[in-house]
Write a protein that binds this ligand. Structure first.
Ligand SMILES: O=P(O)(O)OC[C@H]1O[C@](O)(CO)[C@@H](O)[C@@H]1O
Length: 466
């Protein structure tokens, strides 16, 4: 049974085949979803959930600042951030930039690199090949104190100061951070960097349509007006109060019904290289928002759906065996592109073996599409739930709509789980331990522990250490 959602205004269009989810099931959840929808509206009216305001923001000041900045002669930019401070911008850059990893930047758009990890090999490979005189560093951290981001910022700042002098360094750094006056904000004020603010009521993983994403994307020459226009379209769809016309309520009803049936994993399988990184953004949004130990009443619930990133056709030769025959616990979300805007055909020159002769003259996009259809149909025949987000093409407005739609669906899921979808208490312990270990006493403790582990020959984790 294919559920074509009432795609009121929503582009990309969405088609679901939530096997086993009947209209009856969906209407069963209708009252809870309308209550969730109302709760989100109320929270927004209280000034929370700032992500809902993002599509309304005027991008013109960012666009004119970016044009002025590029005119200063920069040709490349390095975005230093992690998690919500980088994943969204990277995904949108890699989807929408003309040729994201090749060629030189220009006065119309800086070639953009994203550095998120602190693997010394990766950082050195990037930093060592930069022409610092033409490189702009965009430092993005909402808290202003994330270890990975701030250590790389300091490395960049030291190198630029050493090469160009501290006076000139100022123009090579832009800070995008929260209003808290310590960490990056204090340094930006002290050194006089251009800076933009991350609104306090927008969670990091919901912030790509704030200066967090809009500033680097504008510098890269990406159509941020189109992004916001698409997000506005999805916002209008999200605001519809009636279940029958609100596509996002219907999609959420299907996902939650499946979850209650034991489908606790969601595979975002992109049949487009350009759209693959958007699955990285989605994984943080979905995992960090919904993976929670306690509900709002403090009860231990341990809820969440594991988000998995997959790429078609590659993962047909890797993961699909599990998706087809393994446990029926995954919702397949296909990202489909109707037109790649690029023709490339299998040559018709004679010589192909008879078994492959039918490929001659075929367009690569058509082959990809046939493989998507074949894989999707096979999964449906195997009774696996699927849904497809169908993009006319990889363009800014559809991506803006996609971003806002999933942000809103995530907020609705948080209401259905009755959890706080906007905090991330689970990441704090790891950070504390890491910070502790990075302090002096931490390393002594760590060295002692490593030695005692070695002596005991036992693999003990730091958690066992009282
Ligand atoms: O923008 P910041 O404060 O550097 O945080 C980066 C990321 O780290 C987290 O706080 C924890 O992983 C994410 O929620 C956030 O997106």
């Amino acid at each position: 049974m294919t559920l074509r959602y009432d795609a009121t205004g929503l582009k990309p269009s969405v088609v679901g085949d939530a096997r086993g989810v009947s209209d009856l099931d969906r209407s069963r959840l209708r009252p809870r979803l309308l209550k969730a929808h109302q709760a989100i509206r109320t929270a927004h009216e209280r000034g929370e959930l700032g992500f809902i305001d993002c599509p309304q923001k005027d991008p013109e000041s960012i666009l004119s600042w970016a044009a002025k900045k590029r005119a200063e002669g920069f040709r490349e930019q390095v975005v230093i951030g992690i998690g919500g401070s980088s994943l969204g911008s990277r995904a949108l850059y890699e989807a929408l930039a003309e040729d994201p990893h090749a060629g030189e930047g220009s006065a119309d758009g800086l070639r953009t690199h994203f550095t998120e990890n602190i693997d010394p090999v990766g950082v050195a490979r990037l930093f060592d090949r930069l022409d610092l005189s033409k490189t702009l560093f965009i430092v993005v951290t909402k808290s202003g104190s994330t270890v990975e981001t701030m250590s790389k910022f300091w490395l960049a700042f030291d190198r630029v100061c050493s090469e160009l002098g501290e006076d000139k360094a100022r123009a090579h750094f832009v800070a995008i951070t929260g209003p808290k006056n310590d960490g990056l904000r204090a340094l930006a004020d002290h050194y006089g960097f251009d800076s933009f603010e991350v609104p306090t009521n927008v969670g990091g993983r919901f912030s790509v349509l704030t200066p967090v994403g809009l500033v680097p994307l504008a510098l890269a020459g990406i159509d941020i007006r189109g992004l916001l226009a698409g997000a506005k379209r999805a916002r209008e769809c999200a605001a519809l109060p009636d279940f029958e016309h609100n596509t996002l309520l219907q999609i959420t009803a299907d996902i939650f019904t499946l979850y209650e049936r034991g489908v606790d994993q969601i595979v975002m399988m992109s049949y487009s290289d350009q759209l693959l990184p958007i699955a990285d953004w989605f994984r943080q949004l979905w995992a960090e928002s919904l993976g929670k130990a306690k509900d709002r009443g403090g009860n231990s619930v341990h809820v969440g759906m594991t988000p998995i990133k997959a790429l078609g056709v590659i993962d047909q030769h890797s993961q699909v065996q599990l998706y087809m025959e393994g446990p029926n616990d995954k919702l397949m979300v296909f990202l489909e592109v109707a037109s790649f805007g690029r023709e490339l055909k299998v040559p018709t020159r004679p010589g192909l073996p008879a078994s492959l002769a039918h490929l001659a003259g075929l367009d690569f996009g058509d082959i990809l599409d046939a493989e998507l259809q074949g894989t999707r149909r096979a999964l449906q025949e195997a009774g696996r739930p699927t849904s497809t987000w169908r993009f006319d093409g990889v363009q800014a407005d559809d991506l803006g709509s996609f971003i806002f739609a999933w942000e809103f669906i995530t907020a609705l899921m948080g209401e259905l789980f009755d959890i706080d979808a906007f905090d991330q208490p689970g990441v704090e312990l790891g950070k504390k331990l890491a910070h502790g270990l990075l302090g002096r006493e931490g390393f002594e403790q760590w060295a002692k522990l490593a030695q005692s582990n070695a002596d005991a020959g036992a693999a003990r984790s730091i958690d066992d250490e009282e």
